[in-house]
Write a protein that binds this ligand. Structure first.
Ligand SMILES: [Zn+2]
Length: 500
């Protein structure tokens, strides 16, 4: 097979050339051309657009970033208008560019030609090799092989346990679709697109006793609407693999903004179409907007209270008595077979709101368990990392103390170097361990933490305390809560708060 058929994911690099000066439309024309080119070839792409026009690489922020990504083997090719867009500066610049492209077998693609720097017939090869020869090519190539390992991971599954309905195949290191789970997944998707809410879908799944997709303690709670929501919005199901959440720069792991994460077509089978995904996202966006009629005479819980038995939104009814009126919440849903939902309603009195406020402001057991499970490892790592950092600081202090002793003439040079050597060894080991911890921590940054939930709760408290009317109270609830699931049994009221 032609190597070039393997191009799936490219970077598009845009920069004004010297003589184009202030003409911004030149750049946007180039952007249109290159994006259209990538689309026509069915490649996924990430744009790197240079603002300003520094001549050398050091002055061009985006090319630096791009070269680092190329060195990591993140792309099959880099798409540019002309090859000289990449660099026009000095010899060192070109050396850096060659090194990145040549050693990772990354193509340079222009609308006219694809340059494969490792192929004999490419006229550029000679120049590149001449430069590389000066750079001890073999040594560099060896060092760069690490980048190729990252490249080999492209499209491979490296993120632990995959989302429903996928399962991980240890042998192939790929994720595969489980046929039975796929049926359930497709049913979920269809139901959502037909207008069922995520809450209703979770009720439906639990009613049918479909095994929930977690292991351990969480299983006893069955499916939750949060789980359904996460599965529905996932881009993994479109066939993508997301990576590049962190990047190593001079040996330090750095966080990358979510916008800059790299999304690559994976090797696994997609289970939904882009069109379906767009419809899902459109529905979610729509649901986030509160219907206009809710705003008139909003109650604190308008649109937020759901019945645990049938999954429907509960209704509020006003009752008038001799001593004034009060509101009640009740479920009025009738199943298609004519039976009414047997949920018992309740008066929305002070005691009810007090119970709810307490429930919300006190992190409940289930939320904690959920968050805990995810965070246990994270916190252990963090603690370990801090401990190692303390040890490192102590070691560094010890080294400094030795130097002071030496400078004060209280220690002979020979003893100094012996003792320093021991400390340096410890220092290096500690630094390596800290690095490992940091990398592991970085890979988990997108998780919800107890602190995040707590922070929102504090925001809620502040809003709630300052709320002067029910619609402001409603706003406070909506900030924090996706929905409140109401259940009333003989033993009293049970409220389950589902955080956003
Ligand atoms: Zn109901």
């Amino acid at each position: 097979m032609d190597k070039q058929d393997n191009i799936k994911h490219v970077a598009i690099y845009l920069r004004k050339s010297r003589d184009e000066g202030e003409y911004d439309d030149v750049l946007s024309k180039h952007r249109d051309t290159l994006v259209a080119y990538a689309k026509a070839h069915n490649w996924t792409y990430i744009l790197y657009e240079e603002i300003g026009s520094g001549e050398s690489i050091a002055k061009r922020k985006k090319i630096k970033q791009l070269l680092a990504h190329v060195e990591d083997g993140l792309y099959d090719g880099v798409l540019v208008m002309d090859i000289d867009r990449l660099g026009r500066g000095n010899h060192d610049d070109w050396a850096e560019i060659c090194k990145a492209f040549f050693c990772t077998d990354t193509f340079i693609i222009t609308p006219q030609k694809i340059y494969d720097l490792s192929q004999e017939q490419d006229e550029m090869r000679f120049d590149f090799q001449a430069i590389l020869a000066k750079m001890e090519y073999k040594m560099i190539k060896k060092r760069m092989r690490q980048g190729k390992v990252a490249g080999a991971k492209k499209g491979m599954w490296t993120n632990g346990s995959p989302p429903y309905p996928y399962i991980y195949n240890r042998a192939t290191k790929q994720i595969e679709v489980d046929a039975d789970k796929l049926k359930i997944y497709r049913a979920m998707l269809d139901k959502y697109l037909l207008g069922m809410s995520t809450q209703e879908i979770s009720v439906w799944l639990n009613k049918r006793a479909v095994a929930p997709p977690y292991t351990g303690k969480r299983n006893k709670y069955g499916w939750s609407h949060v789980t359904v929501h996460r599965i529905l919005i996932s881009e993994i199901h479109l066939g993508y693999v997301i990576y590049g959440k962190s990047h190593k720069h001079r040996g330090t792991a750095q966080l990358i903004d979510k916008e800059a994460w790299i999304k690559v077509k994976g090797e696994h089978e997609p289970v939904k179409t882009q069109e379906e995904h767009d419809q899902i996202m459109a529905r979610i966006a729509q649901n986030a907007i509160i219907p206009r009629k809710c705003r008139v005479g909003t109650l604190p819980l308008s649109g937020l209270l759901y019945c645990s038995k049938c999954g429907r939104r509960m209704q509020f009814k006003r009752r008038e008595t001799k001593n004034g009126g009060y509101w009640t919440a009740m479920c009025v849903y009738t199943y298609p077979d004519g039976t009414k939902c047997d949920q018992v309603g309740r008066k929305l009195d002070d005691a009810f709101y007090k119970a709810l406020y307490q429930k919300i402001t006190k992190l409940d057991e289930q939320t904690l368990e959920l968050v805990d499970e995810i965070n246990e490892q994270y916190q252990e790592l963090q603690a370990l990392c801090e401990m190692k950092q303390k040890e490192l600081a102590q070691t560094e202090q010890a080294i400094e103390n030795l130097f002071e002793l030496y400078e004060d003439g209280k220690m002979p040079k020979r003893r100094l170097s012996d003792r320093i050597a021991g400390h340096e060894k410890t220092k290096n080991e500690l630094e390596a361990e800290i690095e490992k911890c940091k990398t592991a921590l970085v890979s988990q940054v997108n998780l919800v933490t107890v602190e995040m939930v707590q922070k929102r709760i504090n925001e809620f408290k502040a809003l709630w305390l300052n709320a002067t009317d029910p619609s402001e109270q409603n706003r406070a609830f909506r900030l924090l809560i996706d929905r409140i699931v109401y259940d009333r049994e003989d033993d009293g009221l049970r409220l389950e708060v589902l955080y956003k």
